[in-house]
Design a protein around this ligand. Structure first.
Ligand code: SUG
Length: 417
């Protein structure tokens, strides 16, 4: 089979809760302390995967990590029972669901050795995400054990890396060589800039990318200050199309000129701030859509929040009615993830590969999603109040739920990671 784009969605874990752990992520901050619904959240994520299968896309899944992370607490010389509340919350977070932050992926067509390279993100800016990489490395090492892939450990501290959320790839076709774009932030603003340019450059070197076809672009300070804590909150690319907000990049003219020079067929669809403000773009997650190639043109898989925003929906209606490259709009409900600042695109990691080279336990069809949904329905907690995360019964239920899932999918080897 030829190489295709596979979307690996992070299954929303049984410990999903609203702890307000990410300063600069406005949705997560606004929902801090509210009651979360892990079971409904995971079922929403599964419904999104089903909708993408129905569009004819190849779909994969990544497992939730072991939470609470007892090993991490051990390195902090404490235990879940004894840890202060903020460490407990950080140890329990289900944040690995946002698979766009799992790794940066360079498809084989772009790399020197013609293997697909993945570098696991260190996520070191936010304490609750800084201990994801060990579990993610183990999991990606299993899913992509075939010699068609190379899985790299994270870039070392202090260079923050948040993975594919700050990486875009433009190309004529997924299987063709592309232009890889790394978007970094400059620190010093109101909110943390999570992606360090040195980390992006290290990844480009490790992946063996052609420097002439690799671009490093600064995310605009005003986008970060407005709550765009990752580039994928204000821009998304697919094949020859870049879809971005007018204020996504610090020096967009230079960036657009580079793209046009390196990929003459590029189509840049820029949404002007006088049609959709940065605030509306960030609140609605317009750009956190999955931009996908279908047989009859490109489609955006958008969150409900984009349809609910009058300015955003009106811009989208006008675009699809015209001659632009985006032909279809598909709306999905991922409200629980959205309330923590994670839209449809955050929930998935894109890998261009021959599906036959991926460990089949990480690929899904409707029948496998039925099995996963049954485990979720039977074991995922219905609700989590952040005030009760110290409750031993809740913790036992969370751990048993994940174990049941890994047992069902023949992935018990991942139980402690
Ligand atoms: O890193 N939220 C995540 C959302 C990540 C979205 N991913 C992309 N844009 N690709 C974050 O800020 C909130 C967890 C909490 O507060 O409980 C959180 O980690």
């Amino acid at each position: 089979m030829t190489k295709v784009e596979i979307n690996f969605d992070g299954l929303i874990g049984p410990s999903h809760n609203f702890a307000g752990l990410s300063p600069g992520n406005l949705a997560a901050t606004q929902h801090a302390g509210q009651i979360a619904h892990p079971r409904a959240a995971a079922l929403q994520g599964i419904a999104k995967m089903r909708a993408n299968l129905d569009l004819g896309l190849v779909q994969g899944v990544l497992m939730p990590l072991a939470r609470p992370d007892h090993r991490w607490l051990e390195t902090l010389a404490t235990t879940y029972d004894d840890a202060p509340p903020h460490l407990r919350a950080q140890a329990l977070s289900a944040s690995a669901m946002w698979a766009a932050n799992a790794a940066t992926v360079s498809p084989a067509a772009d790399t020197r050795d013609r293997r697909c390279h993945l570098t696991v993100a260190n996520l070191l800016t936010m304490p609750h995400r800084s201990h994801e990489w060990q579990g993610t490395l183990a999991q990606l090492g299993t899913a992509f054990a075939n010699p068609a892939f190379v899985v790299h450990p994270p870039v070392p501290a202090p260079f923050g890396d948040e993975g594919a959320a700050n990486h875009m790839r433009l190309c004529a076709d997924h299987a063709e060589p592309g232009v890889e774009v790394f978007v970094y932030g400059k620190p010093g603003g109101r909110f943390p800039a999570r992606q360090h340019r040195d980390a992006s450059e290290a990844i480009a070197r490790a992946h063996g990318l052609d420097p002439a076809r690799t671009v490093f672009v600064q995310q605009s300070d005003i986008a970060i200050a407005a709550g765009a804590f990752h580039n994928d909150v204000v821009a998304v690319a697919n094949e020859r199309v870049l879809f971005a907000h007018e204020h996504a990049f610090e020096d967009k003219d230079a960036f657009y000129a580079d793209l046009r020079r390196l990929l003459p067929e590029v189509e840049i669809v820029e949404v002007p701030a006088d049609r959709v403000s940065l605030a509306d773009a960030i609140a609605s997650y317009l750009f956190n859509a999955q931009l996908v190639s279908l047989a009859d043109g490109m489609a955006l898989v958008l969150p409900e929040e984009a349809r609910a925003n009058a300015a955003v929906w009106s811009w989208l209606q006008t675009h699809v009615a015209g001659n632009g490259p985006i032909r279809h709009l598909h709306v999905v409900d991922v409200r629980e993830s959205m309330s923590n600042g994670g839209g449809p695109a955050c929930l998935r990691l894109r890998v261009v590969a021959d599906p036959a080279t991926v460990d089949p336990r990480f690929l899904v069809d409707h029948a496998k999603l039925d099995r996963i949904a049954a485990i979720v329905a039977a074991h995922w907690p219905e609700a989590i109040d952040p005030a009760s995360i110290g409750d031993a019964t809740l913790v036992a239920a969370i751990e048993a739920a994940r174990n049941a899932l890994l047992t069902e999918l023949d992935l018990v080897g991942l139980i402690y990671t």
